[in-house]
Design a protein around this ligand. Structure first.
Ligand SMILES: O=C(O)[C@H](O)COP(=O)(O)O
Length: 345
């Protein structure tokens, strides 16, 4: 199965069920249909829609799943509209958020924003430490920004993970990129974790502050003004993005691409940036624009949320040396960790 299929199969095929085919809802009731396509769950949701006959769509799914690298991308296919299906709400999935480790411009105290700088040695150590802290929490998919400091953090953290799966950055920026990055071994795919990079998760663009020293900027513009640019919700830096503008892309991407995966029971890691994550946390924790001004994220410290019944429950972030004492493991997470323990015995 192609790597592209690795990417695809972690998604969901949605089908239009014809209104004259009541079988669609009767036959499949109120749950989605699951195909296992070469070891990967492919959810198929049936929709009541007059535009397509159910049988036509079902053939489309069977053909798509049974074929090989030329599997039609369900997301690009015409049938991909989600309905308000009454889903199995007992699904619980975990969401790990990590701000990248210290970057070379963090070390020099420069405004970084969308400038693409790598981690420092300390930032690399922070990323590895982050991996140790979350090494017993399941990860099925990883999302990072298009910037190297976030991607390095995700890959370094996963070197410490006990499930020993290999993160693979998905390349679907062109048909050739998809074809040239194909993987032709089932077993290898099983041992892989798709990493999706998205510019929407990039750090807020700091405009004319990018490259300036933060202390010198305070001297020049005053503490109040710089704090307002850095932490307020709706005051943008000169020619830059406010947090609100950043959230309009980061939170929109999260809702459209990441939340459906959590809803389907996939465990997700998001490695991103101080402000793109602040905007996402504002959404997860329903913070007001006043509350979010006090929200600070340290570099390389993972936060854990549990997604259940469409809600996000914060389960802690490590402050002490021992991560077990910090994250509030759910029963499922404790069982998962126990399975990992048994595997090494
Ligand atoms: O972009 C930067 O400079 C940092 O990643 C975040 O900067 P801030 O803490 O000033 O928002």
């Amino acid at each position: 199965m192609a790597a592209g299929a690795l990417h695809r199969s972690m998604r969901t095929i949605h089908l239009h069920g014809g209104s004259n085919d009541s079988a669609s809802t009767k036959e499949f009731g109120n749950s989605s249909l699951k195909f296992i396509s070469k070891g990967f769950p492919v959810d198929v949701k049936f929709l009541n829609d007059k535009s397509r006959s159910f049988r036509h769509c079902k053939m489309h799914v069977i053909r798509a799943i049974s074929s090989h690298a030329s599997v039609v991308d369900p997301i690009l296919s015409t049938a991909h509209v989600t309905t308000n299906f009454n889903q199995n709400t007992s699904i619980e999935s975990s969401l790990i958020l990590i701000r990248h480790g210290e970057s070379m411009w963090n070390e020099k105290n420069l405004f970084t924003g969308s400038v693409d700088v790598p981690l420092t040695k300390r930032g690399i150590e922070e990323a590895i430490k982050a991996g140790e802290r979350i090494n017993s929490i399941p990860v099925n998919m990883i999302y990072t920004s298009a910037l190297i400091r976030a991607q390095m953090t995700a890959m370094l953290a996963m070197t410490q993970h006990r499930q020993k799966k290999i993160p693979i950055i998905m390349h679907d920026e062109s048909i050739q990129a998809k074809e040239w990055s194909q993987i032709f071994s089932e077993e290898t795919i099983q041992q892989s974790i798709p990493v999706i990079t998205a510019w929407q998760l990039n750090e807020r663009m700091y405009g004319k502050l990018q490259g300036l020293n933060k202390e010198e900027t305070v001297v020049k513009y005053g503490k109040e003004k710089v704090h307002e640019w850095r932490r307020s919700f709706d005051s943008p830096p000169p020619n830059g993005e406010s947090l609100e503008m950043c959230s309009q892309r980061a939170v929109a991407y999260f809702k459209e691409n990441i939340e459906p995966q959590l809803h389907n029971g996939r465990n997700i890691m998001v490695a991103a940036h101080g402000n793109s994550l602040r905007s996402i946390i504002m959404y997860l924790e329903k913070l007001t624009s006043q509350e979010v001004t006090n929200l600070e994220l340290s570099t390389g410290v993972p936060l854990l949320y549990i997604y259940k019944h469409g809600e996000f429950l914060k389960r802690g972030s490590p402050v002490g040396p021992k991560e077990y004492g910090v994250y509030a493991y759910t029963r499922n997470l404790a069982l998962y960790r126990q399975k990992l323990d048994e595997m090494v015995q």
